[in-house]
Design a protein around this ligand. Sequence first.
Ligand SMILES: [Zn+2]
Length: 217
Amino acid sequence: MATAEITRPCKYCGDQVTSTDLTYEVCRACHYSGRVHADQFAPLIADLDALAPAGTVAAYPEHTGGGCWWLAVRMASGGYFAGTLAYKNDDGEWETDATLPDNPNGPWSIGYYQDADDCEGINVACGVSGEVFVEIVRRGEVAKLGQHVRFRKAVERFPHCLAEAGTTGRVAAVCDGFITVELDAHVPSLAEWDNCVLFDRDMETYEEFFEVAEVIA
Ligand SMILES: [Zn+2]
């Protein structure tokens, strides 16, 4: 084998590529700096960065150690969102690897961390698209108690409730597994549920909150 095939320049900086994968054209330093993933997720990162007025500082891929990566979005508040493929199951154990999906459109599992010392975080969403990732970050934080929201689309809770698009309400409960929205208008069929629409992880409607509920105050 000719040495010329092995020694090749990094496509970013021109330094020697040392990867044993001869098809890989990126040097070690550029690999761990996240440039490859930054290119891979460029449109999503651009959408996240465009939220700067809403409190985003910056979105970037970060090597978290041992070959693991996440797409971090640091907020002006000091908190940050992080997207990976990994999520916590009902027993609180991590499933799949803490690495990035192949496709910018996901599936993304999203955690929210108060600051750099927060190791636990809150599991905000699992298996969501890039679009929902952006929407979650647009809120700037996890759903907050008392937040006034409007449904962009109809929300159906068969058989007792159909909240039309445009319905408004306030976030009445936020837990790891569910969010409730108490509607402003009284809905007789929701009397048993304190006039609340439930977004529940067990019912696979938790992420729907982030898709449909637009913050109005
Ligand atoms: Zn390089």
